[in-house]
Design a protein around this ligand. Structure first.
Ligand code: C5P
Length: 397
């Protein structure tokens, strides 16, 4: 079921660490390759030898192990996984994750990873219920971290209540669901996002105010439905979500090349705010004032239209979705744009200055398809993304 999947398993320091040995066995039986990391406290409960014997591979234990750094740096280790599982996730580890501390190998990997992370918390009832832990939990969930458990029950410390680590079979099921389920499982979706930067000279460029928030939210929502997402992004201010393949570009022409290289895909969603024009006479050296008071003359050339190119490509995805940011007669303009670009849907929004949409957290969109125009109420960009991802999943069934 998990054949070919790689799990980075971080074992924290708690009595439940003994259950992680069983978890390694279950992951291995399901076909996954487990790369284990044992914290210093974790090694007080289970030995590195038993962990590596069960995983059939070496166990990573210390950030400052120079042999490990030479063999595989911690950044690479954090990224060469399909899913990072923390079991047991102690109160201390959760605190470190929530505040972004990186003072040992495990916490550094957790900060450096670009993959999805699932935690299986395990601790004393009071520690679990403490407002500090609950605050950390809320922060982690807000960051998109998946959780499994804890369960209610008798605890090693003699108390009863929530705090017992989820059973290994339950963690396996949750990890399997995260890796192999969802209506878009097996589908490849391409998302473009962010602005493009069009150079004037080596230090100056033309850009726009796109934050990349809507594109990042969409990529996360599509990933959550099980899609493999190729995320081609310009220099956005919102970071890309974990668990997607990120391809960073600067210019529209680089974006087009990256998009074409990422095809074939089942669907393409072009949320990038691509510059329509680039500077045709880009200077090879920094442009200087010549003292004459004359402004330099910039000449412009039209950028390729990525959406139109993909819509008319022989590799055309089954569903191509474009965005239209308009400041007036939104539906009329967006409907014409849909026809002109040859895409299936246009997600139109009004970005007039008063709306606060460009660079803001909310969006009010109209979905334009062959069936006509459908107004969605104003909602968060995350909610727009979830709804749109749901509609894409329906369309690809
Ligand atoms: O023409 P306009 O920029 O309004 O079209 C917006 C839609 O077209 C968006 O989906 C945007 O990502 C896409 N687009 C593109 N390449 C361009 C210009 C826009 O893919 N050069």
């Amino acid at each position: 079921m998990l054949a070919g999947k790689r799990i980075l398993l971080i074992i924290g320091g708690g009595i439940a660490a003994y259950k992680s040995l069983e978890l390694i066995r279950l992951f291995a039986k399901a076909g996954a390759k487990v790369v284990p990391v044992l914290t210093k406290a974790g090694a007080e409960f289970v030995t590195p030898l038993s962990v590596s014997a069960l995983a059939g591979t070496k166990v990573y234990t210390d950030l400052f192990d120079l042999t490990d750094e030479a063999e595989m740096g911690h950044i690479q280790l954090s990224r060469a996984a399909d899913l990072v599982v923390v079991a047991p996730a102690t109160a201390d580890l959760m605190g470190k994750m929530a505040t972004g501390r990186a003072d040992d190998l495990a916490s550094t990997l957790l900060l450096a990873t670009d993959k999805r992370v699932m935690i299986a918390p395990a601790m004393n009832v009071r520690m679990w219920l403490h407002p500090a832990t609950q605050r950390n939990l809320a922060t982690l969930q807000g960051d998109g971290i998946l959780t499994v458990g804890p369960n209610d029950g008798d605890m090693a410390c003699g108390e009863f209540g929530p705090g017992r680590m989820a059973e290994p079979a339950q963690i396996l099921a949750a990890a399997t669901a995260a890796l192999t389920s969802g209506p878009l499982f097996g589908k490849h979706v391409l998302v473009t996002s962010g602005p493009t930067h069009e150079p004037i000279d080596p230090v100056r460029y033309i850009a726009n105010r796109s934050s990349g928030a809507q594109g990042a939210a969409l990529a996360a929502a599509l990933r959550d439905l099980g899609a493999r997402v190729s995320f081609v992004t310009g220099p956005a201010s919102v970071p890309p979500p974990a668990g997607v393949d990120v391809i960073r570009v600067e210019t529209a022409r680089q974006m087009l090349a990256a998009v074409l290289a990422a095809l074939p895909a089942d669907a393409a969603v072009m949320a990038a705010a691509v510059a329509d024009w680039r500077v045709a006479n880009e200077a090879g050296q920094k442009m200087k004032k010549d003292g004459s008071g004359r402004a330099p003359g910039l000449e412009f050339a039209e950028n390729p239209d990525i959406l139109a190119t993909v819509s008319h490509s022989p590799d055309r995805p089954r569903l191509v979705v474009g965005f239209a940011a308009e400041t007036e007669t939104v539906v009329q303009h967006a409907t014409a744009k849909r026809a002109r670009k040859g895409c299936d849907w246009i997600v139109a929004n009004d970005v007039s200055p008063g709306t606060g949409i460009m660079g803001g957290d909310e969006n009010a969109v109209t979905l334009i398809s062959e069936a006509g125009a459908e107004d969605w109420p104003r909602m968060s960009k995350d909610e727009v993304a979830r709804r749109l991802a749901g509609r894409i999943a329906e369309a690809l069934q």
